[in-house]
Ligand binder design. Structure first.
Ligand code: UD1
Length: 422
């Protein structure tokens, strides 16, 4: 297994291009199942999760071609041959569950294994099931698979989710595009990836309004047609690289970044003493004067502070002046990076969903282990700021969500290399 060797070597300066959003792409790809006509995505990120979704769609009979070095995905679901999402693929990635709504809408039937994904909590699918049942689906759990069918076809309904789940919102919205009548989804998630999905579905002929608010209204149509859509910028990759100059010092421009994607995160950086400004090409982040100040963080659904940036923010707080409290409210088991950061000299105490971090003058390099996708990059950030060498093992987690991480960080002056087969 590969590992990444990072050597702390001071401030970072330059530009980092930000890719298309993994989480948007993973919901846009299953949207191809809704139409017999081709769907083409541009600005796709080059990630192993995208390959997993490609394999899943192909196992259903869809054609997926990766063009222009993986940045364009040309898909066609003209001749689907299966409505079963097999455990062997689904277990690799929770987002596989996003084929459930589209398959049900297209075939009136779907069999989808309960997912795996990052080991950051229980992550059930009850909210997906409740929403699809409200549209008339009958769903049972057998042998680890959800068996869903809707004999008379999906029918629009008013449904309020108990929690604004991102994935459940996406599944319900996709299913409702082909339902008979109008669906009103209340307490819907408001994440930019959902707005991106709706914009794509609209290009395919769907009638949807209210995306980006907590009430989404969908008027079902008989069929959807083909479209071409550009994947929105990855706000989590953006936020992650915004932390690179914050933790190391220097000034880095994040190409393609937009403040509206990361406003609550940028506010925290500002409070910590890191400046974030908009430029013609993206966002510029600079830390010039000494250590950052500690700030408290509570993770919340969008537009609150994203759970997917909590681990990276913790790395920054390990080096801040003072004590900060990070409260994780989305996933119950998302502090697995804390003991690894402690190996690097950090001072962190975890009690339930709260981590108290007291900044230290200097982190020290150490061998550490990536435990999930965002944890892995938080250890790289910590390594960039540490004295000496840090080796991060199990980087397959990183490959799920960050393309060309070594090249991007080297480009701003970091000392980082990938070591094969360790
Ligand atoms: C998506 C993102 C993930 C991000 C998360 C929260 C993708 C591919 N992944 O995951 O990176 O961390 O949003 O911003 O877009 N829950 C239930 N029942 C359900 C569904 C969810 O209890 O049926 C719970 C989960 O266990 C979790 C919380 O709701 O505690 C949030 O989950 P959800 O918003 O659904 O996240 P995902 O769509 O899985």
């Amino acid at each position: 297994m590969d590992s990444i060797l990072v050597t702390g070597n001071g401030p970072l300066n330059g530009q980092i291009p930000i890719a298309g959003a993994k989480n948007a792409c993973l919901t846009l790809m299953p949207a191809t199942l809704l139409s017999e006509e081709p769907l083409t995505l541009t600005n796709a990120p080059r990630l192993s999760d995208i390959k997993t979704m490609t394999a899943l769609l192909q196992s259903l009979g869809a054609e997926v071609s990766s063009l222009q070095d993986g940045q364009v995905l040309a898909m066609s679901s003209h001749d689907l041959t299966s409505h079963t999402a097999d455990y062997e693929i689904v277990r690799k990635m929770r987002a596989s569950n996003l084929v459930l709504g589209p398959l049900l809408a297209r075939f009136g039937e779907a069999v989808v294994s309960l997912p795996g994904g990052c080991a950051i909590g229980a992550r059930p699918m009850d909210l997906h099931v409740e929403g699809l049942e409200a549209l008339g689906a009958e769903i049972e759990l057998e042998d680890g698979y959800l068996h869903a069918k809707v004999p008379g076809g999906l029918k629009g309904a008013v449904h309020e989710m108990r929690f604004a789940s991102v994935g459940a919102t996406e599944n319900i919205v996709m299913a409702a595009t082909l339902a008979k009548g109008t669906t009103v989804l209340k307490n819907a998630a408001r994440e930019p990836e959902i707005v991106d999905l709706v914009e794509c579905l609209r290009k395919m002929g769907a009638q949807i309004s209210g995306e980006g608010t907590s009430t989404i209204e969908i008027q079902g149509v008989d069929r959807l047609h083909g479209a071409t859509h550009q994947v929105v910028t990855d706000r989590i990759e953006l936020g992650t690289y915004m932390l690179a100059p914050a933790i190391c010092g220097g000034e880095v421009e994040l190409l393609g970044g937009r403040m509206s994607l990361v406003s609550s995160f940028a506010e925290k950086l500002d409070a910590a003493g890191v400046s974030v400004t908009e430029t013609d090409k993206g966002l510029k982040v600079a830390r010039k004067n000494g250590r950052v100040r500690s700030v408290d963080v509570v993770t919340e659904p969008f537009p609150g502070f994203p759970t997917d940036l909590q681990a990276q923010m913790m790395a920054l707080m390990c080096t801040a002046e003072g004590t900060s409290v990070l409260e994780e409210r989305i996933f119950e088991n998302r502090f697995m990076h804390a003991p690894e950061l402690v190996r690097m000299g950090a001072n962190i105490e975890v009690h339930g969903g709260t981590a108290t971090v007291t900044g230290v003058d200097q982190l020290k390099g150490a061998p550490v282990m990536a435990t999930d996708l965002r944890a892995s990059v938080s250890l790289i950030l910590a390594g960039l700021a540490a004295e000496g060498e840090t080796t991060v093992s199990r980087v397959y987690h990183l490959d799920r969500g960050y393309e060309h991480v070594v090249r991007k960080l080297e480009g701003v002056g970091a000392k980082i290399e990938r070591i094969k087969g360790q």
